[in-house]
Design a protein. Sequence first.
Length: 225
Amino acid sequence: MWLIDSSIGRKLIMSITGVFLVLFLLFHSCMNIVVIISPASYNAICEFLGANWYALAGTMLLGAGFIVHILYALFLSYQNYRARGGQAYAVTKNQESVTWTSQNMLILGVIVFGFLALHMYNFWYKMQFAELTGLHTGDFHPADGAAYVKQLFSQPVYCVLYLVWLSALWLHLTHGIWSAMQSTGLNNKVWLPRIKAIANVVSTIIILMFMSIPVYYLLGCGSCC
């Protein structure tokens, strides 16, 4: 099959599924930052999303695309490993254009996936899933998501781990977004610098919105509310 057998097809699959990750993160970063602006509005958003099947279906679709992205990346890495007989590629001085991020996208992806799984457990499973099923998994009511967020990010260790995860996510996104756009044909001398700039701006906005929450609570601002 062309999409699997050709390098262009494989890059296209990675690009399309990577878009699901970007949309998933963009939506949730915009939603999550509301919790430090207006806890009541955050709870209203959570209630709206938890009560609508199409919102749940949309979240599952974006999540499924991201899972395919990770699994396909692992599959391609395994294929590359077998193709070179378990030997790592030799890096020479002529490969100055090859960045550390591009060489370690799989490692960054695994880190991102691991912490995203933890994030989904804490926020989706304990909040939306609990509200949908009525199975409360903590000492808070799932409808009061703002209180749970405050409780979770009142733990400095979790905040620090969250910030480390977001740093890895930023590196993964800055390379992944422009690489995906490049795979669609925007790779000439005019557009390549532009899409790299767009990738950096979009990634930074997403990560800063996510980071604002643990920083907000680390600084003790949440105790004032």
